[in-house]
Ligand binder design. Structure first.
Ligand code: HEM
Length: 495
């Protein structure tokens, strides 16, 4: 017995000694790594003459290029000599005038996304897809709400942009896209490939598929947006493989925010009975019904929802979407200071500095939005409500990088949410709607996904049985919605 106690004490001491020696070793490793990292950057800084060609970009100078060279052999040099990066990095902020790839990109993609024929064509494809996706739901079905919305919005959006040869019709590309997206932060920060291996691999897989898409002329049968993006890259002499690689990033702008925004709108409408009723009433007033004789005496009834009317005559639905973006948007607009500027006569913003404008700071300010700032109020943005300064709402950013996709995204969300709430009742499987968190969102995301999905039961509404046909009508329209302060200003201008 005594011997056992002694052995246990010895073992305890040994474990304590080992754990303290493990922490000491860990501290030592961290210190050495920090010293080496800092030292290598210092050596590079001290030995690099400003007149020399720029050093090889690397997180850990000297070592990382050696490792990459031994792994990739001569491919390393061709990757380094990356023409597209040079083109992309030339006059990137427009200091030297209005030219260069980045500066003119916005202007190139703006017209196809602005209300008019290009956007109408995209909306028509989107509306067909959404109608058939909601038609495929049985009269009663249990679904994972976010998964369902993400899948349907991804297909509808990408078909609208890429056309019949849409690479996203292949489920492996959809999977690769979300894998790529997980590591975007690391790729943006130039982490070594080993840190972002899966994301990097997924991006390259998508790139190959996009090369095939462009080689097969898929873009020629796609939207005005994809044509404009392709032509803009060709004008700037971007090699095809890099056009394809850019498209993987383009897909991020197109896809990442629309599904979560649509999810939050659906979630808030169904979990706030007053909001649901108001939106249904508003939409009910613009529905039209027609009957077609199927065979003698038997009729098919079609219910039509006109999207132009949704945009112009459904202020409560519009207000609800803006409120969802106000509550859930975590985007941070980032700007480079081009000239010294004194802000509000108080703070000097120095030329070359970076200004970050996190949307939640404005969106969650009780002085702007009132005491109920943290709750969902679907009427908050109605024109007749006490209005706050429109600049306080930055759901779609603002200024030079104001989201050009806002009209398309909003119309798509309206089409999906409108058809869903008109046709179905929805209950969470557990009986009550849970509060959802968004702690897993990355810093670069604008509209975060919920941390966990919600299981819901969809049931056809009484009176809207499966024999009814539904149709979303997209008439030619240059009508704009007031989605940003800039839109509010533009709508105030006399024609
Ligand atoms: C609800 C969905 C969406 C939301 C909430 C959203 C939000 C935003 C925000 C906040 C910005 C500005 C970031 C900044 O100020 O720096 C932005 C930029 C951008 N958005 Fe969207 N977006 C959405 C959908 C879309 C769609 C569907 C497209 C394309 C079809 C798109 C294309 C872009 C592009 C290209 C930019 C960058 C503009 C530039 O830097 O010149 N967005 N978006």
């Amino acid at each position: 017995m005594e011997q056992n106690v002694h052995q246990a004490q010895m073992l305890q001491k040994l474990i304590l000694a080992m754990s303290s020696s493990t922490s000491a070793a860990l501290a030592m490793v961290i210190t050495i790594a920090t010293v080496i990292y800092g030292g290598l950057h210092l050596i590079l800084h001290l030995t690099q003459d400003a007149r020399e060609p720029p050093p090889v970009p690397a997180l850990v100078p000297f070592i990382e290029p050696m490792v990459d060279l031994s792994r990739k052999k001569s491919r390393y040099y061709t990757e380094l000599c990356n023409t597209a990066n040079d083109i992309l990095n030339t006059n990137v902020n427009g200091d030297e005038g209005f030219w260069g790839y980045s500066v003119t990109h916005y202007k190139a993609i703006h017209p196809p996304l602005f209300p008019g024929p290009g956007l109408d064509a995209m909306n028509r494809v989107m509306a067909r897809k959404i109608t058939s996706s909601l038609e495929s739901i049985q009269s009663s079905e249990v679904i994972r709400l976010f998964d369902f919305i993400k899948r349907e919005i991804t297909l509808a959006t990408t078909d609208s942009v890429y056309g019949d040869q849409n690479p996203f019709r292949d489920p492996t590309i959809v999977e690769a896209f979300w894998e790529f997206q997980e590591g975007v932060m690391g790729l943006l920060m130039g982490f070594p490939q080993s840190f972002v291996r899966e994301s990097f691999k997924a991006r390259e897989f998508m790139t190959k598929r996009f090369v095939k898409y462009f080689n097969d002329g898929g873009h020629e049968k796609g939207s005005a947006l994809i044509k404009a993006r392709y032509e803009h890259s060709i004008e700037h002499k971007i090699p095809l493989e890099d056009i394809a690689r850019f498209e993987t990033a383009g897909a991020i702008a197109i896809l990442t925010n629309t599904s979560p925004a649509c999810f939050w709108l659906v979630y808030h409408l169904y979990s706030s009975p007053g909001a649901l009723e108001d939106c249904r009433k508003e939409l009910g007033q613009i529905l039209s019904a027609t009957s077609h004789e199927k065979r003698e005496g038997a009729f098919d009834k079609t219910i039509t929802l006109d999207l132009t009317q949704v945009k112009t005559s459904c202020p409560i639905l519009l207000s609800s979407l803006q409120e969802v973006l106000r509550l859930h948007s975590v985007g941070i607009s980032t700007r480079l200071v081009m000239e010294d500027h004194v802000l509000d006569g108080k703070y000097l913003l120095k030329k070359g500095g970076t200004v970050m404008i996190p949307a939640p700071v404005q969106h969650q300010d009780a002085a702007i939005w009132g005491e109920n700032v943290h709750s969902f109020d679907h009427r908050r943005f109605l024109p007749n409500e006490k209005r706050s300064n429109p600049v306080a709402f930055r759901g779609f950013g603002g200024g030079t990088t104001l989201c050009p996709g806002r009209h398309f995204a909003s119309t798509e969300i309206f089409a999906f949410a409108a058809l869903l709430i008109l046709r179905f009742d929805m209950q969470p499987s557990g009986g009550t709607w849970k509060e959802l968190t968004t702690n897993k969102a990355s810093l670069w995301e604008v509209t975060p996904r919920p941390d966990e999905d919600v299981l819901v039961n969809l049931v056809s509404r009484p009176g809207f049985d499966a024999t009814l046909k539904w149709e979303i009508l997209v008439t030619d329209s240059d009508k704009m919605m007031p989605l940003s302060a800039e839109d509010v200003d533009a709508l105030r201008q006399p024609n």
